[in-house]
Design a binder for this molecule. Structure first.
Ligand code: ADE
Ligand code: ZN
Ligand code: ZN
Length: 284
């Protein structure tokens, strides 16, 4: 009994952590790596200048920073996702972008707008904002908004309360989309190596998807970033792929994995391309 207590306590601490992350570390690493390869010289210089010294110029190494500060910056937790009305499969900024207290703009789409605006202070003599943190938040949130279940339903908290089996293991649907699909793909197809996965997505971006990529990069006229478009795509993907055919106790195996993996790769690519386009737009 004595030896059980510390373990139980440790699990109590770990459980909430596993239910609230965005894409897992590999998903965020992938979107930031893809983005960094597409920056203009001006944007690359600004990113290098804003990153802390210890990152050694590697944005991807700090792309999960926003998940690590959720407890220090408690206010930032609702900025990682959007909850939409159950089963509607639509997103509207004015209706959905609020936190549980109803404060408007406190969702991942509002956060992307906010940190984009803050970063436009770059190059000014002074700014009231911490632009290093703004860069790390923005880079993370553009990843998160592309995880379909980060624009999910309210009652199940983006699939966080849906218990499934991932092959033979117990899992939570949200976590399947944050981590499991990516990890299983890495193990089966990419030599258990995230860099090999990134290379495969980069090849798609420059070849099969090249025409699409030009469309992803553009958003509405005069807008640097278009989180409302990304969120609408997100809830559509959540309904058409993530939630589809899944309920409590569903067993998700090869059928689900192989049919959803292309969507995950596509969303990771979009996240990376749009993060680059946003940073290029901000830094000129
Ligand atoms: N908490 C509540 N809704 C969530 C979502 N869609 N994603 C992550 N965490 C959440
Ligand atoms: Zn998540
Ligand atoms: Zn997140």
């Amino acid at each position: 009994m004595e030896s059980f207590k510390p373990l139980a306590l440790l699990l109590l601490f770990l459980l909430p952590i596993t239910t609230v992350t965005g894409w897992g570390v590999d998903g965020h690493f992938t979107t930031c790596k893809i983005a960094q390869g597409r920056l203009t010289q001006a944007a690359a210089d600004a990113v290098n200048h804003l990153l802390p010294e210890y990152a050694e110029g590697d944005l991807a190494s700090l792309c999960s920073w926003a998940d690590h500060v959720k407890f220090r910056y408690h206010w930032s937790s609702p900025l990682h996702y959007i909850d939409t009305p159950d089963d509607l499969c639509t997103y509207q900024y004015n209706r959905d972008c609020k936190d549980e207290d109803g404060t408007m703009g406190r969702c991942v789409a509002g956060a992307i707008k906010n940190y984009t605006t803050q970063l436009q202070d770059y190059g000014k003599q002074t700014s009231q904002y911490n632009l290093t943190e703004a860069l790390l938040f923005l880079s993370h949130f553009i990843g998160d908004i592309h995880q379909p279940l980060h624009v999910g339903f309210t009652t199940d908290r983006g699939g966080n309360t849906i218990n499934v089996h991932w092959f033979t293991r117990k899992a939570v649907l949200h976590h399947v989309w944050d981590d499991s699909i990516i990890e299983t793909a890495e193990e089966r197809f990419y030599n258990s190596d995230v860099e090999t996965l990134i290379d495969a997505i980069q090849t798609n971006i420059t070849k099969e998807w090249a025409d699409q990529v030009q469309i992803w990069e553009k958003c509405s006229r005069n807008q640097i970033t278009c989180p409302n478009i990304y969120a609408t795509e997100g809830i559509n993907a959540a309904c058409n792929w993530a939630y589809k055919g899944v309920g409590n106790d569903s067993v998700l195996g090869d059928d689900y994995f192989l049919s959803r993996l292309p969507i995950v790769n596509w969303r990771l690519a979009q996240g990376g391309v749009r993060l680059a386009a946003t940073l290029n737009g901000i830094f000129g």
